[in-house]
Ligand binder design. Structure first.
Ligand code: 7RM
Length: 654
């Protein structure tokens, strides 16, 4: 393995053994697919969709593109629930485990494709009996129990557009989503488990629906998970199990509705640049094709695989790679209810060993948090079943990559670093692991049919190797179709910056091998003395220091240099003292790692960083703290509000 100046962290080609069994073999295999998609995208996607998806009726056109509005598989009829269930239940996969569930307290459920089909049909019949039908909208507010997937698939079966609201969101956030969507039903639980405690959900639903502020809601269906006491409002609330018990014997089947390919499958709310979350709209046929194809390309899925994506289904990663992608591709998808550190720091490794997990897909934040606890936790478990690792959600710093590769993958497992967004539906830049040599920290090459470009402020392509805004020049099947109820915002947000192209909001660089390096959100890029500097680059440098656990970096307004680098740093256990000495050392460390212009103005030590519940560091809040010492706007996605209070308090003392 050689380390050149261009690739400071080395290049990792797939092992011959991995290539031999891969769906896409060698770089020529990748290039062939890419070329075909580039030359004739409609023929390419038409072929993929015919091979991998069941259609009740075929399309008249693969793509109708009237920028910025795309219609994929025009005139075709299909059903996502049918593709995830019926076709597998009628195949050799009938008795294969579809969902392998582990609850936080330790229970297990093994649900076969046939059984999952039965559960989904029964719940679809429940919804039908309540008068719900295609075109209606539902809100699903549940913990990570199999019935969350059952509810999604039952809605998809009938054409009810669902919006899953992550169980960690507050009643206020829930209310805003119910209102924006005009939903007629809320499907929820009494509660779920997180770090040994019950997270109550039904009381939050009651609060959101209080005082008649959500008049569109006619029904609340409650699945019993914890058995704790909840109040049920008569005429509005029903228990899932009671509705189920009242079904006739014939309810074990419910036909999947033949839906238009462009029927709205789901809306998922995500934070935008304003305080109001955006309802990202995904449709049926294109989304299904995209997530199914990437299961095979990027996860190199085998029928014998146990596939585990540790994301919560409340986020897009969970929609696409816990539920729809794996089930459509006929995989066994593992679903875990709880926290990675409960009851101990080895819970993830224990789950992998116990269920002989083959593919593990998680976030850099989770990896770094577990690195901090030490190698003894993974080393106590047999991780030899793993053959592929994945990363998603943020750039992975080379130090975390190396640890994941060595300590978890034992140097045997490729790591697929997958770049995509809620808006893209599925992966867009990611390696095919049997084809594309890896470079730690790079998402590598675009998926077939994806034409990225990197442009400057005026929308012109930058010189090769330079940083710029990542845009996408062509539509892809899983792409966002609209912002629910706000087409103007959809156009303005994504399509006006570079005419005809999709604006990702990310900065990136493409190296001379065509590899993409994502540098983070555009608003996370600092400008220090006219030098462009990514917050991530500085963070990556900081976490290489042996005492640093995590770092978040923001630009602080500076009279002379425009912006100055301000770092929030958490230290590994046992290094809490010596702040002053260490502050100097870290400033020098960064200057040494990147260059003198990057030398931080300020290092602030903190016990924890403010994060969204999906683990993204909320740099916007840190920016506000360093520039004004106040915090405003929507903080409903913060994992721990006390973190903010501490950071601000510490600043006051300075
Ligand atoms: C899947 C997801 C999207 C934003 C995106 C990026 C960042 C995601 C990577 C990444 C570097 C990656 N959807 N991002 N994946 N950055 N490398 N592999 O996370 O809508 O919640 O976030 O996340 O900034 O724009 S998301």
């Amino acid at each position: 393995m050689s380390t050149t100046e261009k690739d400071p962290h080395g290049v990792y080609p797939p092992s011959p053994e991995f290539v031999r069994h891969a769906h896409v073999q060698g770089i020529d295999g990748y290039r062939d697919l890419y070329r075909r998609a580039e030359q004739d995208p409609e023929a390419f996607w038409g072929e993929i969709a015919s091979e991998q998806i069941h259609w009740f009726e075929k399309w008249t056109r693969v793509l109708d593109w009237q920028p910025p509005f795309a219609h994929w598989f025009v005139g075709a009829k299909t059903n996502v629930s049918y593709n995830c269930l019926d076709r597998h239940a009628a195949s050799h996969r009938k008795n294969k485990i579809a969902i392998l569930w582990e609850g936080e307290p330790g229970e297990h459920r093994h649900i076969t494709y046939q059984e999952l089909l039965r559960l989904v049909c029964r719940f679809a019949n429940v919804l039908k009996a309540r008068g719900l039908k295609a075109g209606d909208r539902s809100i699903i507010y549940m913990p990570m129990v199999p019935e969350l997937a059952v509810a999604m698939l039952a809605c998809a079966r009938l054409g009810i557009t669902h919006s899953v609201v992550f169980g960690g969101f507050s009643a206020e956030a829930l209310k805003a989503r119910i209102q924006d969507l005009g939903a007629s039903v809320v499907i929820t639980c009494d509660g779920g488990y997180r770090r040994g405690k019950e997270v109550a959900l039904k009381p939050a639903v009651d609060e959101a629906l209080a005082a008649g502020e959500c008049p569109t809601i006619k029904d609340v269906i409650v699945y019993k998970r914890t058995g704790s006491n909840v109040s049920m409002t008569s005429g509005r609330d029903s228990w899932w199990h009671e509705l189920d018990a009242a079904l006739p014997d014939s309810a074990d089947f419910c036909p999947a509705v033949e839906l238009d390919s462009e029927h709205p499958l789901y809306v998922l709310y995500t934070s935008g640049t304003t305080g109001k979350p955006k309802g990202i709209l995904h449709m049926t046929g294109g989304y299904l094709t995209h997530v199914t194809a990437t299961m095979k390309w990027v996860f190199d899925l085998k029928d014998s695989d146990t596939f585990w994506c540790s994301a919560d289904i409340g986020w897009v990663t969970g929609h696409s790679y816990v539920v729809y992608g794996p089930l459509s591709a006929g995989a066994t998808t593992l679903m875990y209810e709880g926290a990675p550190d409960y009851p101990q720091f080895d819970r993830f490794w224990k789950i992998i060993a116990r269920h002989r997990v083959n593919t593990f897909y998680t976030s850099p934040t989770a990896i770094r948090a577990l690195i901090r606890q030490g190698d003894q936790w993974p080393e106590a478990h047999d991780l030899s079943s793993l053959r592929l690792l994945g990363s998603v959600g943020e750039p992975i710093n080379p130090a975390a990559w190396e640890w994941y590769y060595r300590v978890i993958g034992k140097g045997r497992c490729p790591i697929v670093d997958t770049w995509w967004q809620t808006e893209t539906g599925g992966m867009l830049i990611a390696p095919m692991p049997g084809a594309v040599p890896l470079k730690p920290g790079s998402g590598t090459l675009p998926m077939p049919g994806v034409i990225p470009d990197i442009v400057d402020f005026h929308g012109y392509p930058v010189e090769p190797g330079r940083e710029g805004f990542l845009i996408l020049r062509r539509p892809w099947p899983g792409m966002i179709r609209n912002i629910w109820g706000d087409p103007e915002r959809f156009k303005e947000q994504y399509w006006t910056k570079v005419p005809g192209a999709y604006f990702t909001g990310d900065a990136a660089r493409c190296d001379s091998d065509g590899y993409y390096w994502i540098l983070g959100r555009v608003d996370d890029v600092m400008n220090v003395s006219g030098h462009r500097l990514s917050t991530m680059e500085v963070e990556s440098a900081l976490v290489k220091h042996p005492f640093v656990a995590e770092a978040a970096v923001v630009g602080k307004p500076h009279e002379i240099t425009g912006q100055a680098v301000c770092c929030f740093v958490t230290l590994k256990k046992g290094h809490a003292s010596e702040h002053e000495k260490l502050g100097k050392e870290l400033r020098q460390w960064v200057a040494h790692e990147i260059g003198a212009f990057a030398r931080p103005e300020e290092i602030r030590f903190t016990d924890a960083l403010p994060k969204t519940r999906s683990g993204k560091i909320m740099r916007r809040l840190l920016r506000e703290i360093v520039s004004s010492n106040t915090v405003s706007g929507d903080v409903t996605t913060l994992e721990d509000l006390s973190v903010i209070a501490n950071l601000a308090a510490q600043t006051d003392e300075d």
